[in-house]
Design a protein around this ligand. Structure first.
Ligand code: AMP
Length: 351
């Protein structure tokens, strides 16, 4: 066990790091954030900040020397440079990062464990895309295998000829058939070093333009019926990876049962509701898991919990939001609002 008072290192400096740092501080840990961008909203709430590139081995090893355990809030951390962490504990491990960083790897990994995915094909050339359109047809979605998030690096193809107009980026891609779903939901779990695993209630998620807009718990019956099967798959994945920490799995609820979309080897936006809506939040349980502490109770703290994201630069009257005692406002302190940028979230509890 890593006792309170020790230092936890977080790779990545965004809002997930900020909320992890707050949970760590509550338990008495120091947090050291490592991120390449100077304007880190996580660094604002932590004890120490190293601003350096991912491939700066000297900076990474100095950072590791200061930390009892290192975790990440950003799954696109390049794996090669992590060697510079030396013997410092990394939770979740590099294998989890490797699987989850690449949409093709992650689908193959999950399928090998018996999970269902959207039909897909790897795309490296225009000929591959033509072949995929013949085999899988349209509509579908072309996605970059790596580094896509919040709908970035994705092209919807409604009819075959639409693909002709897309200038393929010089990157490995994947083409997925469009899944017809009743709802989207996520399975979020925390797994400890001894394999003990706890799950939060599954939120029903609504996306807008590829970006999460709202998560609601309890989910509709169509989702609740599929949560058991989805959890069983998620458990197999984290056991196979010998995973330690919080992981999130996104699913489509369909007539054919749950279809796995993607996993995140980290705390997840669709779990932000757990800060007020569950007895123990995803952030606290991630810190507990990586420090070898017992995992906290994941039960609901209200009858209904709704989380909505605050996205882009739409003006909102925060005083009015705060005046309603059912609302809990979280603003991430980002200086510049851009279209599609996650600026904060509001969680609303109903008792
Ligand atoms: P992703 O980045 O893969 O999570 O995609 C973002 C969102 O786009 C998902 O949450 C879905 O709403 C939608 N989406 C992505 N892939 C598919 C698919 N194969 N079929 C239907 N909807 C999809």
């Amino acid at each position: 066990m890593i006792p309170p008072g020790e230092t936890i290192g977080i790779l990545g400096g965004g809002q997930l790091g900020r909320m992890l740092a707050k949970a760590a501080a509550q338990l008495g840990y120091r947090v050291h954030v490592y991120a390449p961008e100077a304007d880190s909203v996580a660094a604002e709430v932590c004890a120490q900040f190293t601003c350096a590139h991912w491939d700066d081995a000297k900076a990474l090893s100095a950072f590791a020397a200061d930390c009892a355990v290192v975790t990440y809030e950003f799954e696109n951390v390049p794996i090669g440079p992590l060697k510079a962490l030396g013997k410092t504990l990394l939770h979740p491990n590099a294998r989890a990062l490797e699987v989850a960083q690449d949409r093709l790897n992650e689908k193959e990994f999950v399928e090998a464990l018996g999970g269902r995915t959207a039909p897909y094909m790897a795309i490296d050339t225009r000929e591959d895309l033509d072949a995929a359109l013949v085999r899988l047809g349209s509509p579908g979605i072309l996605k970059t295998r790596r580094e896509g998030y919040d709908g970035k690096g994705q092209w919807r193809i409604a009819f075959d000829h639409e693909a002709d107009g897309i200038a393929l980026p010089d990157q490995a891609l994947i083409y997925e058939g469009l899944v017809t779903f009743d709802a989207e939901f996520s399975v979020i779990l925390a797994r400890g070093e001894d394999g003990t695993t706890v799950f939060w209630d599954s939120a029903e998620n609504v996306h807008d333009g590829g970006i999460l807009a709202r998560s609601t718990v309890p989910a509709a019956a169509a989702v609740r019926e599929q949560v058991g099967e989805a959890r069983a798959l998620a458990q197999k994945v984290v056991d196979a990876l010998d995973y330690v920490g919080v992981a999130a799995f996104e699913f489509f609820a369909t007539d054919a049962g749950p279809i796995f979309n993607e996993m995140a080897p980290r705390v997840h936006n669709s779990g932000h509701w757990t800060i007020e809506g569950a007895v123990t939040s995803q952030f606290e349980n991630h810190i507990r898991a990586i420090c070898g502490l017992p995992l906290g109770d994941t039960r609901l703290a209200a009858a209904k919990v709704e989380m909505r994201n605050v996205i882009g630069d739409a003006a909102e009257d925060w005083a009015a939001v705060l005046a309603d005692p059912a609302n809990h406002l979280h603003l991430y302190g980002k200086a510049a609002a851009r279209p599609g940028r996650k600026m904060g979230h509001v969680t609303r509890l109903t008792f």
